[in-house]
Design a protein around this ligand. Structure first.
Ligand SMILES: *Cc1c(COP(=O)(O)O)cnc(C)c1O
Length: 496
């Protein structure tokens, strides 16, 4: 099979071997024991019967092994990572410096309040920044991920309805929604009812009006939606839902296009979750814990989880559990604290002006990519988008090349693929979110790679069917790879 010029082969000097132990090798030199009678007495029940020693390896072997493994991965520090909706933006290194300051990293969650005033102050300020960006009244930093934030927000809606003596059973969810949205409804005892987007790829007030009734608790909306389009009828929709006694939930996982520009609270939303790991530059994916703070407007603010950080008249900070309508505690301690510190550093570093510039740049970059690829790639809702754009594989159907083949071709050309096959209402979707951090020349290289793939689809489609060609494994069964991880270096299990 012929390969295009763009496919570059990596030279691998040795096969991938995990078992490198050899008796007598060592990477450590320990001083001789100072005195003989310091026997370490480990109680019998803690001794491992079947332990046959640590691997015996030299320091260079260990360093090479792990350094080499690290190069098999692809990250935002390696190159363009346009994973739509997931926002793999650059994580500024100052965030790491700040999160490692001993006052943050060495604080124990059981410290009494007077010993961690600085930590509480940071939480209090962070809550205010997020409330300002969301246009809401109060914030909790507890939830550990976006889906956890959704659970929290929907639980608050349920609590508010129960306080009114109502037990509504349904929640409206648009067909563009992230899969976690219906799941969060189900976990809270609501049945999710799908609302179809209109011809322009956004919700119509008409469709919401039809679906909304007195047994419906509200609606969960992602705005901009996962097609990267702004929900233009949002104010009208808010009026309809509120008019029937419902609440509006904003899935603010991805606020990249609107932060500093427009506030969900002003659009009529009652509650919103953020993903600090998407919008506020904290690491995610396999790389670390997430954080999904929830912001609430006046109607739902009393239901926020406890404990809440309170600033006294004397300027001192305390933790208060004195909120009778609160849904209670959502997580041990105070959320993923050091993730919150990183996002705080990002917000302080950017400032109000930088947050606004970042949103503008994210939108500009997405529209630059959209404009350059449309024509060659089909873009189903081809008008000004927000932080991401969605193309599909329609133009390659005649060569039997699909969106996954395009994604795998991008790997061979040195890029992380975009999100594929989501949102579900676009068949064969390629969802591209360049983020604000990509330079124009990097966007151009990415688009050039997409153009090269389009050309190869026409002239040599098999190259794409068999891609990627220069990775250690080519097309694994992705579901099994994620669900049946083998985490040992045991050669037998690796072979099976
Ligand atoms: C990522 C995402 C979520 C879920 O966030 P997690 O942190 O992965 O739980 C929810 N909604 C949208 C729109 C998202 O992009």
């Amino acid at each position: 099979m012929k390969q295009s010029k763009a496919v570059r082969g990596l030279k691998i000097a040795e096969p991938l071997i995990f078992e490198k132990s050899m008796p007598g090798r060592s990477g450590a030199s320990l001083p001789a024991p100072c005195c003989e009678d310091v026997a370490l007495e480990i109680p019998e029940e803690y001794l491992r019967g079947d332990f046959d020693g640590f691997p015996e390896v030299s320091e260079p072997q260990v360093v090479r092994h792990f350094t080499r493994l690290s190069t098999f991965n692809y990250g935002v520090d390696t190159g363009t990572y346009p994973l739509g909706s997931c926002t793999m933006k650059y994580n500024p290194k100052i965030n790491e410096v700040v999160a490692r300051l001993p006052g943050f990293s060495h604080t124990h969650p059981y410290f009494p309040e007077h010993m961690c005033q600085g930590n509480l102050e940071l939480m209090w300020e962070m809550e205010r920044y997020l409330a300002e960006i969301a246009g809401m009244k109060g914030v909790t930093l507890q939830p550990a991920a976006g889906a956890h934030g959704e659970f929290t927000g929907i639980r608050m809606i349920r609590a508010a309805l129960e306080k009114r003596g109502e037990h509504r059973k349904k929640m409206l969810v648009p067909d563009t929604a992230h899969g976690t949205n219906p799941a969060s409804c189900t976990l809270n005892g609501f049945q999710s009812i799908e609302v179809k987007s209109g011809d322009r790829g956004v919700l119509t007030a008409e469709a919401v009006e039809k679906a909304m009734d007195d047994d419906t608790a509200g609606i969960m909306i992602t705005n901009p939606n996962t097609l990267g389009l702004f929900e233009e009828e949002i104010c009208k929709i808010a009026e309809i839902v509120h008019g029937r006694g419902g609440y509006l939930y904003a899935d603010g996982a991805n606020m990249n296009a609107v932060m500093g520009v427009a506030r969900p609270g002003d659009m009529g939303f009652d509650v919103l979750h953020f993903n600090l790991h998407k919008t506020f530059s904290t690491p995610h994916g396999g790389g670390g814990p997430g954080s999904g703070p929830v912001a609430a407007g006046p109607a739902l603010e009393p239901f926020l989880p406890i404990p809440r950080v309170v600033k006294g008249a004397d300027g001192r900070f305390t933790l208060s559990c004195d909120h009778e309508d609160s849904i209670g505690r959502l997580k041990a301690f105070f959320g993923n604290y050091l993730v919150i510190v990183r996002a705080y550093a990002y917000i302080r570093e950017m400032g109000a002006r930088g947050i606004l510039d970042s949103a503008h740049m994210a939108v500009l970059n997405a529209n630059y990519v959209r404009t350059r690829i449309s024509g060659t790639y089909n873009v189903p809702y081809n008008r000004t988008c927000m932080h991401e754009c969605v193309a599909d594989d329609t133009t390659f159907k005649k060569y039997k090349v699909n969106n996954v083949d395009v994604a795998k071709g991008l790997i061979d050309r040195g890029f992380h693929p975009p999100t594929v096959s989501f949102p579900l209402n676009v068949h064969g979707a390629l969802m591209i979110e360049p983020t604000e951090s990509e330079a124009k020349e990097d966007l151009d290289r990415f688009v050039d790679a997409l153009m090269d793939i389009a050309e190869v689809a026409r002239t040599n489609p098999d190259e794409l069917h068999l891609a990627p060609h220069n990775t250690h494994i080519s097309r694994p069964d992705e579901a099994s790879a994620a669900r049946s991880l083998i985490l040992t270096a045991d050669m037998e299990s690796l072979g099976s």
